[in-house]
Design a protein around this ligand. Structure first.
Ligand code: ASP
Length: 342
């Protein structure tokens, strides 16, 4: 490492920042003044760590696009002062926030590492200590003065994932995340082994924070027996601009005429329909089966192997950026930040 490394830790809320009140046993947010009491080892890092705390602290179920904009603004404003950012965030919607930030931070050339924990940092068996320390180490890692991980990533249970490729899949295990369609960016053992060829490369351009998000989207999750009324009601949501159609397997949906008619009507009204599979792994292949050929014909857009979390935030970002509908349809089938395999 050359020179002094500065890391900004942004505390947004979630379990990781909690301590248990010894009297009431209730969980309450920790003040960072006393963080070093729980993590004295932080003093041994060869870097300066500053803290920025959100107010109010949020359980990640309460995160929304306004919060994403606030977070992107903090990173934008502090970007030149720090070598990397560690975001302490609840794990429940961490994959959404990490995906959103990956799209909003264009030309990102520094690490933005999300982490959290399943047990509060103030508990003896916490997983937060190791997640926090690993994230700091990863955020400081440089080679020839260039960050090793210049992208938005999630660090959890000794694994580093591309943020916009992850989903939370376990509410109890310390290993809470999965990224089935993209390999790990790094694995933490005795050494931190970076998979350099899988990590995005810096482009050394100036950071641009894109902070207009459009929330007029929804998800239509298919299930066997879904009714015509339910589909129609969702597709007539006021001001709707795009729908993520969560399909079966490799992008399949019922061939029943009323279903195709509802989708066709929505497309005619200018609504984008984005086909994303309900499976955690694998890809949408429009036209592989008869059950997706009809979707293809009426102009449904295939999302390849994108996660729902990434699809939601990519749509918000693209719709908010003022592109024409044709460009949006094209960009939905293009990998912008390594979020899909085309
Ligand atoms: N409910 C918490 C949250 O997502 C759980 C966690 O912190 O992991 O904010």
């Amino acid at each position: 490492m050359i020179g002094q490394t500065n890391i900004l830790v942004i505390y947004t809320g979630g379990t990781i920042g909690m301590v248990q009140d010894p009297k009431t046993m209730a969980l309450r947010p920790l003040s960072f003044d006393i963080l070093y009491k729980y993590l004295p080892v932080l003093e041994n890092f060869n870097c300066t760590i500053d803290f920025y705390t959100f107010e109010p602290l949020l359980d990640s179920s309460n995160m929304n696009p306004s919060f994403y904009i606030h977070l992107a603004t903090v990173i934008e404003e502090k970007y030149e002062d720090y070598d990397g950012f560690v975001i302490l965030h609840g794990s429940d919607t961490m994959a959404y926030t990490a995906s959103a930030l990956s799209f909003m931070l264009e030309n990102l050339n520094k690490p933005v590492i999300f982490t959290g924990s399943q047990l509060p940092i103030g508990m003896v068996r916490t997983d937060g200590r190791e997640n926090f320390i690993n994230s700091i180490e990863i955020a400081t890692a440089k080679e020839y003065d260039t960050p090793v991980v210049p992208e938005v990533a999630i660090c959890f249970e000794n694994k580093l994932y591309r943020g916009n490729r992850t989903s939370k899949f376990n509410a109890e295990h310390f290993g809470a995340f999965v990224s089935v369609n993209y390999p790990l960016l790094a694995e933490v053992g005795v050494h931190i082994k970076y998979n350099q060829n899988l990590i995005l490369k810096p482009n050394f351009k100036k950071l641009k924070a894109l902070k207009t998000l459009d929330e007029n989207i929804t998800i239509l999750k298919l299930f066997p027996g879904i009714s015509s009324q339910a589909v129609e009601a969702i597709l007539h949501t006021k001001d709707l601009k795009a729908v993520i159609l969560e399909t079966f397997g490799s992008g399949n949906a019922p061939t029943i005429p009323w279903f195709i008619d509802h989708l066709q009507d929505a497309i005619t009204r200018g609504i984008i329909i984005y086909n994303v599979t309900q499976c955690k792994g694998g890809t949408v292949e429009m036209g592989k089966y008869e059950t997706s050929a009809g979707l293809n014909k009426i102009g449904v857009i295939g999302g390849y192997d994108i996660t729902t979390e990434s699809a939601v935030t990519k749509l918000m970002y693209l719709l908010g950026s003022g592109y024409s509908q044709e460009s949006i349809k094209q960009l939905l089938q293009t990998s912008l930040r390594g979020e899909m395999t085309v």
